[in-house]
Design a protein around this ligand. Sequence first.
Ligand code: HAM
Length: 436
Amino acid sequence: MTKAFQAIRGMNDILPGESALWQRLEATVREVLAAYGYQEIRLPLVEKTELFVRSIGEVTDIVGKEMYTFPDRDGSDSLTLRPEGTAGCARACIEHGLLHHQTQRLWYAGPMFRYEKPQKGRYRQFHQVGVEAYGMAGPDIDAELICLSARLWRRLGIRDVVLQINSLGSSAARAAYRERLVTYFTARRAELDEDSQRRLNANPLRILDSKNPAMRALIADAPSMLDHLDPESQAHFEGLKALLDAAGIAYQINPRLVRGLDYYRQTVFEWVTDTLGAQGAICAGGRYDGLIEQLGGQAVPGIGFAMGLERLIAMLAAAGQPTVEPPHVYLIVAGAAAERQGLALAEQLREQVPALRLQMHCGGGGFKAQFRRADHSGARFALILGDNEIASQTVAIKALRAAASEQLTLPRDQVTTYLRAATLEEHPTTEPDTRG
Ligand code: HAM
């Protein structure tokens, strides 16, 4: 037998049983973003490799070992599947002049690609919704983005997340702090694990991110960035904390929060949970005021974050949110005449009851087999169209989930009213439909 194909490791199918939850998550995210005046931007999955190298930073894990990079077919360019969205979004804004004398609030969604070691919550193709705001230098926009994400958790019913914030200071303060860290860790080189020894000169801030318990005490004693902030960053950070306090948003200050991408300055933040195991960051971001200029645009401040949809889905699923939306109605069509008229009836009902989810039986078979399918579909009602109903221009309706299984027969023109009432019960906020 021919061996069947399997998906690429770390790249997952989202199956029919799961996609309803994804759609609900995406719809809620869209609503919340619209409520804050953010507009969608759709970006290519592939960019020039150099864009990511210059923005994320040459010595980061992402650029150093996680990018899917390949030459374009004509050999002219090195291309990369995007590992994140901030770089492409900045590139698009510069290219299309979106940042000239104006502020922008944007979001994007879609797959990102990183060659990481796959485990629960960490994949090679994963999905983000990213949010970016340009042209606003004060902490008010930092606070708005955090409020937006907090509102999203409330709307989704996600609890057990904690907000961690930190400031990385200005470029100069960050560079000076980097030197202090190198001095500190060099003096204790023997206590560093292999990973951290490698990072010591290339990217010493990332040592603070180490999850190795053996390094905990060493990291706890390291100098704190917050003691070395420049006055402007200090004021910005104080401003952000005051705004969060006023908005009633709880936070933890985590001076070890450094983030794995080099473009950050000043504010950085992460929403973390301990309910997902090792991969606990569900949403992360920060300010990147130098990035636009570094990519050839005018000097425009920027800040943003991205959330990992797989991790949010895992939290929603663990909270027992239903994953499939069953049809309201399964239409049973038995007999040649019913099969001929069933399709038209189904179309008419969908036209007249827009919220209705109606699944029509296809593929023939007797009543018994069709009832079994109806039951299996999870529908609340079976609509039955057989020879008797055709003769009397009626439709039979049977409640499939009721304790006593009632069946009633209605003239065709009353079926709409009946179903409209039934779907409105489920969607009490749906506007009543006034059409025929
Ligand atoms: P990031 O921290 O690399 O930041 O990713 C943001 C979020 O994406 C993470 O908190 C996590 O939820 C999710 N994520 C990252 N890698 C994976 C993976 N391999 N598998 C599953 N989920 C993952 C950024 O990407 C920045 N561009 C965020 C940003 C936007 N900063 C400013 N603007």
